[in-house]
Design a protein around this ligand. Sequence first.
Ligand SMILES: Cc1cc2nc3c(=O)[nH]c(=O)nc-3n(C[C@H](O)[C@H](O)[C@H](O)COP(=O)(O)OP(=O)(O)OC[C@H]3O[C@@H](n4cnc5c(N)ncnc54)[C@H](O)[C@@H]3O)c2cc1C
Length: 135
Amino acid sequence: MALDAATRGLTVVAVDAHDLAFGTSRWSSKLEHRGLRYLANGQLRVARECAVERGILLTRTAPHSVHPLPMVLPLGPMVAPEQGAIGAVGLRLGDALRVGAHTPRGALPAPRRLSPAEALELAPELHRQGLRPRD
Ligand SMILES: Cc1cc2nc3c(=O)[nH]c(=O)nc-3n(C[C@H](O)[C@H](O)[C@H](O)COP(=O)(O)OP(=O)(O)OC[C@H]3O[C@@H](n4cnc5c(N)ncnc54)[C@H](O)[C@@H]3O)c2cc1C
C-alpha cells in the first residue's frame, strides 16, 4: 500500500507494531481479485473499482510483479450445460470489466474457448472422460 501510494505522488510513512505486512497480508494467496464476486452480488461500483485498480497494478505500479495467471475451467459430466453457460457469461462480463477499466488486452488476455485436446495439454491431470467444449 505504501509503495502504491508513493507511486501516486503521496508522501508516505509506514509504521507497524511488528514487521511490515505482518498481519493478514502474510496469509494472502497474492491473487488480484477480478471483481466477479462483486459483479455477481450486483455491487457494480466495487467491481469496477477492482478492475481499475488491477489495471493500474498490471500496467503502472507493479507490472514487474503482477502477471496474468491462466486458469482452465473444465466442463465435464459433473457440470450441467446451464452451469457451463453461466460460467461463460461470467467470464465475458469479467472481460467487459477489463474493457471498462481501459486495461489493454495485451496486459490481460480475454477468456477463450478450448477444445478438449487443448485443455488436456494445459492441464494433463484432467479426466478425459466426458470432457467437452463449451455448450
Ligand atoms: C488465507 C487468506 C488468503 C487471502 N488471499 C487474498 C488474495 O488472494 N487476494 C487478496 O486481494 N486478498 C486476499 N486476502 C485478504 C488480504 O490478505 C487482506 O485484505 C489484506 O492483507 C489486509 O491488509 P491490511 O494491510 O489491511 O491488514 P494487515 O496485513 O493485517 O496489516 C495490518 C498491520 O497493522 C499492524 N498493526 C496492528 N495494530 C497496530 C498498532 N496498534 N500500531 C501499529 N501497527 C499495528 C499489524 O502488525 C499488521 O502488520 C486473503 C486473506 C487470507 C486470510
